[in-house]
Write a protein that binds this ligand. Structure first.
Ligand code: ACM
Length: 527
């Protein structure tokens, strides 16, 4: 879609209903709602299409489309030949991630850059899935936000490659494009580091519910495989290696870099005073940088105060503070954050960190802030005032470890919970409460939901906390505010419950909350 083409939603066309077998739906049955649709009367039955013809730049997208269609029972050939074709046309002039889907009686054409064509294919697949038909007309579509993210914590509980790939498949289907992978925390270190093998072998032992579980982690080969799998689906994977707090698992493996902790949070920090800690973390980050092509590495930086009191008595931290003229442990924390940010720069990477680091004023050109503390909108205001690129992921409503219905009890609450409706309404319904307006959002990269997994120990609970909120996230991230309508969304969501049934996903049924009962939480084993 070219910049000169205005996106317009033809009002009223998105009156959706659940598709019935031989009935053509009134809408294309697409989530997220496209931003521009011109639909003509009538539709074309997809089983009349026999091949996919793609420009050379789009062969990978064509192959994925062919595979997805095959899973739905439509066998299409790749390449030129007789018969009706789905054409994939590469358009380098297209806006980023945008596409045009032009459907005529005898042809389907999807045009855009490579991600755009991939998303056009998802729009097509969703129509075929919901009705076997494709509406005649023209969809010109592009995203509201460039950052449409989801974070999974595999440090507290580990789910493994197949589950991550299944999640990536659904993210791609919903046009989500950033997978933030929380790989290290107090309860487990989940990524192989060749220079420090005990990080995975020892640090990988245990989960939040069972500290005795054998080591679980991703080998570097598995990481490469997952990153490539994501990239083929136009998803960027951003690893999070949490520091200088949330480091207990690493400290079990290499206690010489332990900076101490406090009662409830033993061995929680890296030792920011030791020169050796910086060499150690640089080596780790170098290996991480080589595995993830993303320009970003997330370094956490959150909740260091849970353990940093110990620094007051640590001779190395005290020596650092004297040497650098740092007045208190907070300043030592700031020193650490600046140094790690500089280290990442030498690797050609930028730092993402939780909003806790804002007070240290890291280099704006090198830093992206994840705003998570919903109870501190002033922190968001600060991030935007200082023109930091900012990702909106406040606990409420974007933390999926919060329960999503009043009948649920296993998960967090905080003056309420995080229902589907609130995820859908994000962020627009919150501006007033933050004292901000759309115009203040210039440096907002986008939005993200986060799933922390202390109370998520099996796939039933994993799916139950993610779905169907992931669908609402997708529409909140992609669809312009003026094109969103919760009633329409809920109706378009209806057929996707059936898809989740087919995929073995145990979702929360927002239509009938008692239909799927809340899976029991983990039994916590203490040492
Ligand atoms: C966080 O939830 N500690 C970022």
């Amino acid at each position: 879609m070219r910049k000169t083409l205005l996106i317009t939603l033809v009002a009223g066309l998105f009156v959706c209903c659940a598709p019935k077998a031989a009935e053509i739906p009134q809408t294309p049955g697409v989530i997220p709602q496209p931003n521009g649709i011109e639909i003509k009367e009538g539709s074309v039955s997809f089983d009349r299409f026999g091949r996919i013809v793609a420009d050379a730049q789009l062969l990978a997208e064509a192959q994925l489309l062919q595979e997805s269609l095959s899973r739905m029972g439509y066998e299409l050939e790749l390449g030129k030949g007789r018969g009706k074709a789905v054409k994939l046309v590469y358009d380098p002039e297209s806006d980023a991630e945008s596409y045009e889907l032009l459907v005529k009686a005898n042809s389907i054409e999807i045009r855009g850059d490579a991600p755009g064509v991939f998303y056009g294919c998802q729009t097509l697949l969703q129509q075929v899935y919901t009705s076997g038909q494709v509406r005649l007309g023209d969809i010109e579509d592009g995203p509201r936000y460039g950052w449409r993210g989801f974070m999974l914590d595999e440090a507290r509980h580990f789910f493994g490659k197949q589950e991550v790939m299944k999640l990536l498949d659904m993210m791609a289907y919903l046009k989500l494009n950033k997978f933030h992978w929380h790989l290290t925390d107090a309860q487990g270190w989940r990524i192989e580091i060749k220079a420090y093998p005990e990080l995975a072998l020892t640090g990988g032992i245990g989960t939040h519910s069972d500290p005795y579980t054998e080591a679980q982690y991703y080998t570097q080969d598995e990481i490469r495989e997952i990153v490539a799998y994501a990239a083929a689906r136009h998803i960027e994977v951003i690893p999070e290696i949490d520091m200088p707090g949330h480091a207990s698992a690493a400290n079990r493996a290499y206690p010489e870099f332990n900076g101490g902790g406090s009662g409830q949070f033993p061995d929680f920090t890296f030792n920011v005073g030791k020169e050796g800690t910086y060499a150690y973390l640089t080596t780790i980050l170098k290996e991480v940088a080589s595995l993830f092509p993303s320009q970003y590495i997330h370094i956490g930086g959150d909740e260091v105060f849970y353990g940093s009191e110990a620094w007051k008595k640590d001779p190395d931290v005290k020596a650092l503070m004297r040497r650098e003229g740092l007045p208190d442990i907070k300043a030592a924390e700031g020193y650490f954050i600046h140094r790690i940010c500089d280290t990442l720069k030498t690797m050609g990477k930028q730092m993402i960190a939780w909003d806790d680091v804002l007070g240290f004023e890291p280099d704006r050109a090198q830093s992206v802030i994840c705003w998570w503390r919903h109870d501190r909108p002033q922190t968001l205001v600060q991030s935007l005032d200082k023109e930091y690129r900012t990702i909106l992921c406040p606990r409420k409503p974007m933390y999926y470890d919060f329960i999503q219905h009043s009948s649920h009890s296993c998960g967090r609450t905080w003056d309420g919970f995080c229902p589907l409706e609130d995820v859908y309404a994000f962020p627009d319904a919150w501006y007033e409460g933050w004292g901000l307006e759309e115009d203040d959002m210039d440096t907002v990269l986008g939005i993200q939901s986060n799933l922390w997994t202390e109370l998520v120990h099996n796939t039933d609970r994993l799916y139950f906390m993610i779905y169907p909120r992931l669908f609402a996230l997708a529409e909140a991230a992609w669809t312009e505010a003026g094109n969103k309508d919760y009633g329409s969304f809920a109706r378009r969501l209806d057929p996707y419950y059936g898809l989740m049934d087919k995929l073995g996903i145990y979702y929360f049924d927002a239509r009938e909350p008692s239909a799927h009962s809340e899976p029991a939480g983990p039994v916590i084993i203490k040492r």
